[in-house]
Design a protein around this ligand. Structure first.
Ligand code: CIR
Length: 258
């Protein structure tokens, strides 16, 4: 891209209790904390290399899952909708995200009880916002999000999520809006007009870097090749320690545009 970009991303460094992170669908495998810290630094460095300014949300060392900062907020234009995580252990994570975004000048809205919503359940492409309804996000949370986003012209669509933790554990969108997912773990592949099956679970997870590039995990080499054949440039990072905790590349940042 030749035009200057004003893209920023929130990140949050892993804390000392990372190994106590919640698990829903996976058996626990011990996390190597030093390796996780190194992988996190490489992830942040990859974003920076791609032209993203990274902004750290202050750490929440009492919250093992705080590194998965995506779950604490949904940002559209100048509005930050602070989430209300479905897992009680994660509810304290949102305060510092809110303070950080307020400090950056974002308007703040909040998901309130009895609504619950994790940012990982929210997939956006242009003005369409799909919300995964499953273990973490309920219909009250989705309706509150829809009310906050409606003035910005966004259309919210609910989709079921039962086979994985979050909607974005199952599907994400390529820069052109094509939704990618590993079909055995997608509850309703028919929910999207343009759906591209990928051959690996981790291939479902892409972070859009720009119109022609995505960030992915090194755990999905066959999907990487598939996307490169489609003309995309793929930046691959090793996030094995976060994958042990049901995390993926999307969960580790919140992209802010504009
Ligand atoms: C959790 O269960 O909440 C964390 N161990 C993993 C969260 C991953 N976040 C995401 O998919 N957006």
């Amino acid at each position: 891209m030749n035009t200057p970009r004003t893209t920023r991303a929130l990140v949050r460094r892993p804390g000392p209790r990372l190994d106590d992170g919640l698990l829903t669908h996976l058996e626990r495998i011990p996390v190597d904390l030093a390796l996780a810290e190194q992988q996190w630094r490489s992830y942040v460095e990859a974003l920076r290399t791609e032209g993203w300014e990274t902004i750290e949300v202050p750490p929440a060392d009492d919250c093992p899952d705080a590194v998965f900062v995506e779950d604490t907020v949904v940002v559209l234009d100048d509005l930050a909708v602070i989430s209300r995580p479905g897992a009680d252990e994660r509810k304290p994570e949102t305060a510092a995200t809110e303070a950080t975004l307020a400090g950056l000048g974002y308007r703040i809205a909040r998901i309130e009880a009895p609504g619950t919503l994790d940012g990982g359940d929210v997939l956006k492409h242009e003005r369409t916002v799909w919300v995964g309804l499953g273990g973490r996000t309920n219909s009250e949370g989705m309706e509150q999000l829809a009310a906050h986003l409606a003035p910005l012209g966004a259309r919210v669509v609910g989709v079921p999520v039962a086979l994985v933790l979050h909607l974005k554990s199952a599907v994400t969108a390529l820069p052109d809006g094509t939704v990618v997912g590993f079909e055995p773990l997608v509850d309703d592949p028919g929910a999207w007009d343009a759906f591209l099956p990928v051959p690996e679970e981790a291939g479902s997870h892409v972070v859009v870097l720009d119109e022609s590039a995505v960030l992915m995990s090194t755990s999905a080499p066959r999907t990487q090749a598939l996307l490169e054949e489609r003309g995309l440039r793929v930046v691959a990072v090793d996030i094995s320690e976060f994958e042990k905790l049901e995390g993926c590349v999307t969960c580790l940042s919140v992209r802010l545009r504009g």
